[in-house]
Design a protein around this ligand. Structure first.
Ligand code: F6P
Length: 372
């Protein structure tokens, strides 16, 4: 009989427990394997903190939000331990052997895929299940968490209309998505936003103001703007492009590290610009503007039916991969089927919204401005 470790890493998302349960029930019921749940993501793996998950532990979690195992944003090769940054890969390899594991199942997003690949390179049998509300994992149609977050963000955009209308205001709804704009785009379209701003399409304040003015000339004295938290003005996007080019061109590891820090600092400063944009729009239009940050509400609470179904499907397919002995892969959602994609094709890549994507074209076709 096999011994399998399972953990959840990165930001939490609705559907994680459905996936743990899907994998776990197949592992225990179909195969009689032993399942060890590591606490708090990769940190628990490095510290060898786990509990055995039996049928009873998996019962009643399908419909619950968050992750029953806890999570963290730690990186295996650079973990802060006792105030020091340490490479914990060798420790993890030791723990894996000591616990007698045959495989490790990592549920997480892009960062987790990178960590899973590092563990694969160190010789562990790893399988990754794609989770993120941002929907920015490559090679998979979707990831669990996205559908629920889309419903929550859509309802928020929806609700902002009546209050914006009543007060003749511009309301900017800041929606999660620090690198890719899937959630803002989807919720913006479904919630009927007048303007949608994405990281992939740099905006100009003039173009947004023009759309708002146009609405006013037709008698609508309010507007709802769906803003992805990573949305950038044209000037900021150009600055970030230059900073990213410096990372590529850096001639020494020290310069590269410095350039990377600069990119991170710029990303962080630009991410806080929704309030600045609101002020700029007030000045440009003379209308009052308000910001509504949707924040963690988008990640919290029970998963919807689609995410319960997706988590269960991907979890069960993960158990099938273990039974077949296929490792070093992500279980991808492909239509009504699943596929096993090598982690080498996933780690380090981001699924951006293509600027000619059907959703982008649909938004434009119904008169939504994209700020460009
Ligand atoms: O998982 C990604 C995400 O949803 C991003 O859109 C957002 O920037 C991030 O989580 C914030 O989460 P935390 O504060 O937990 O790092």
């Amino acid at each position: 009989t096999k011994r399998i470790g399972i953990l959840t890493a990165g930001g939490d998302a609705p559907g994680l427990n459905a996936a743990i349960r899907g994998f776990g029930k197949a592992a225990i019921r179909d195969h009689g394997w032993t399942l060890l749940g590591f606490r708090d993501g990769l940190r628990g793996l490095a510290e060898n903190r786990f509990t055995e998950l039996d049928g009873a532990a998996l019962s009643g979690i399908l419909t619950t939000g968050g992750t029953m195992l806890g999570t963290s944003r730690d990186k295996v090769h650079r973990m802060v331990v006792d105030g020091e940054v340490r490479d914990m890969v060798p420790t993890i390899v030791d723990n894996y052997a000591r616990d007698g594991l045959d495989a490790l199942i990592c549920l997480g997003g892009g960062g987790t895929a990178k960590n899973a690949k590092r563990l694969m390179d160190a010789g562990l049998n790893v399988i990754h299940l794609p989770k993120t509300i941002d929907n920015d994992i490559v090679e998979t149609d979707s990831s669990f968490g996205f559908s629920t977050a889309l419903e929550i963000a859509t309802e928020a955009v929806d609700r902002l209309h009546s209050t914006a209308h009543s007060h003749h205001r511009i309301i900017l709804a800041e929606i999660m998505g620090h690198r890719a704009g899937w959630l803002a785009l989807g919720a913006g379209i479904a919630g009927g936003a007048d303007v949608i701003l994405l990281p992939e399409i740099p905006y100009s304040v003039e173009a947004i103001a023009e759309r708002i003015e146009q609405r006013r000339s037709h008698g609508s004295t309010f507007s709802v703007v769906a803003v992805a938290e990573g949305a950038l003005s044209r000037a900021d996007a150009a600055e970030l492009d230059r900073a990213r080019a410096l990372v590529k061109d850096a001639s020494t590891p020290e310069l590269k590290a410095m350039a990377k820090r600069n990119v991170k600092a710029l990303e962080a400063s630009h991410r806080a610009n929704t309030f600045t944009l609101a002020e700029q729009l007030e000045t440009a239009t003379g209308l009052e503007a308000r910001v509504s940050i949707l924040g963690y509400v988008q990640r919290g609470g029970i998963p919807n039916a689609a995410d319960r179904l997706l988590g269960t499907r991907l979890g069960v397919a993960g158990a099938r991969a273990v039974a077949e002995g296929t490792f070093g892969v992500m279980v991808a959602d492909r239509g009504h089927d699943t596929a096993l994609v090598p982690l080498t094709e996933v780690a380090g890549r981001i699924k951006y919204v293509p600027t000619d994507h059907e959703w982008v074209r649909a938004a434009r076709a119904v008169g939504t401005a994209l700020g460009d």
